[in-house]
Design a protein around this ligand. Structure first.
Ligand code: PGA
Ligand code: ZN
Length: 406
């Protein structure tokens, strides 16, 4: 099998890897994303460190090395066998020899190459359920300089009857929010994940703006809010720095007030990645809503299996772990605990849309892929529209059932 890797750019203008696999007259291509608020336990992302090229973040040498050492050396076939071979070639616990970016690009391209289905999602499983989109309509944290410590404010249109209707609801809310921002003289420029990002003075201001926008379009009964606090970013010198200096228990009280006042039904990374005791306290107090581990679990089954008392849902990011096989193992681990899974993009994305196929094929009932804005986010939503069309009368929309606690 011929392998050709190259350096391309992601949605932030940072280099990332794209791989072509060629076998006979078939060509399969895949590109990998990259995070900004990364968990420290994520698999290693390899970059060249050549300071004169993209300030060290280039991958052109990595691509050349892949082409020199792996071209003609791998055989397509069973996905698990192929992924296992990649892990053997890498041979390190953190994937630092090949890099998780190399491993994932090869793993994804291989899945496309060997798929015998006319629609890729069918090669991942027999799923017919379209996921609830968690649309990130206001950006903060490391994804924008809005001044919000909360990284993502998402709307979940659970009351829609179909995925296409859910997407339309998301766009209607985004349009209403845009109108409100414009009327207040605030910026309508967007952040890394396509949500608005004007300078704001408090979290309460954003919550009010979003809930009023939901009301403007009459969707109060159909939509609830989901947050990604990315609280690892808040944690420094033993304290959380959010609305002042706080202990874990004090952060939990703050989260509880948002749940009570602003119809928040899902909180991702409400506490930092290594604060396991805090997470247990969080679950004991707010376990009636969805508590999602992102930096906490970094898509690794072993960590997920330790999380029974700490969370009740898992964010699934393929590049946190490396291969598609390991990604699927993480979903299986989540299911074994009765946890929900949420398929996720990264803040630095490409137009690769495989996560849409993975979500439907694997039966993952929620997806997080940004606002309905910016081409790299829309690429995934459009693929879900195509899948829904293809499934026709067999298509189902996950709706409220996607949330274990609702
Ligand atoms: P990241 O953000 O891709 O920058 O890590 C997404 C998230 O935290 O969920
Ligand atoms: Zn997150």
């Amino acid at each position: 099998m011929r392998i050709h890797a190259r350096e391309i750019l992601d949605s932030r203008g940072q280099p990332t890897l794209e791989v072509d696999l060629i076998e006979g007259d078939r060509l399969a291509r895949a590109a990998v994303p990259s995070g900004a608020s990364c968990g420290s336990h994520e698999a290693y992302e390899k970059r060249d460190g050549e300071v004169s090229w993209y300030a060290g973040r280039g991958v052109r040498r990595l691509a050349a090395w892949i082409n020199e050492t792996l071209d003609g050396k791998l055989v397509p076939g069973d996905q698990q066998v192929f992924d296992q071979r990649l892990l053997e070639i890498d041979g390190t616990p953190d994937k630092s020899r090949l890099g998780a970016n190399t491993i994932l690009a090869l793993s994804m391209a291989h899945a496309r190459l060997v798929s015998k289905e006319s629609a890729l999602f069918r090669s991942f499983g027999s799923g017919v359920i379209l996921p609830v989109p968690l649309l990130n309509i206001f950006n903060g944290g490391k994804h924008a300089n809005s001044g919000s410590d909360i990284q993502e404010y998402m709307v979940a249109p659970v009351g829609a009857r179909s995925f296409s209707e859910a997407l339309e609801m998301g766009v209607a809310i985004m349009r209403a929010l845009k109108g409100r921002l414009q009327r207040s003289g605030m910026s309508t420029a967007v952040g890394d994940e396509g949500g608005f990002a004007p300078r704001i003075s408090s979290h309460a201001e954003v919550f009010e703006l979003i809930l009023q926008s939901v009301e403007d379009v009459g969707l109060q009964k159909d939509v609830f809010l989901a947050l990604d606090c990315a609280a690892t970013e808040w944690f420094q010198d033993g304290y959380y720095h959010v609305e002042g200096k706080k202990s874990s228990a004090e952060v939990i009280s703050l989260l509880a007030s948002w749940v009570r006042d602003y119809r928040v039904a899902s909180i991702e990374d409400g506490l930092a990645e290594d604060d396991w005791d805090g997470w247990k306290l969080l679950k004991s107090q707010l376990g009636h809503i969805q508590l999602v581990g992102d930096d906490l679990f970094v898509t690794k089954s072993a960590l997920i299996l330790q999380g029974k008392d700490a969370a009740n849902a898992v964010l699934i990011k393929c590049n946190q772990v490396g291969t598609l096989t390991e990604t699927m193992a993480a979903i299986t681990a989540a299911r074994s605990l009765g946890f929900a899974s949420i398929m996720s993009h990264r803040s630095g994305e490409t137009t690769d849309d495989m996560i849409a196929d993975l979500a439907v094929g694997l039966g993952v009932l929620q997806i997080k892929t940004g606002a309905p804005c910016r081409g790299e986010r829309i690429a995934k939503y459009n693929q879900l529209l195509r899948i829904e069309e293809l499934l026709g009368v067999d298509a189902r929309y996950a709706g409220r059932s996607a949330f274990l606690s609702s």
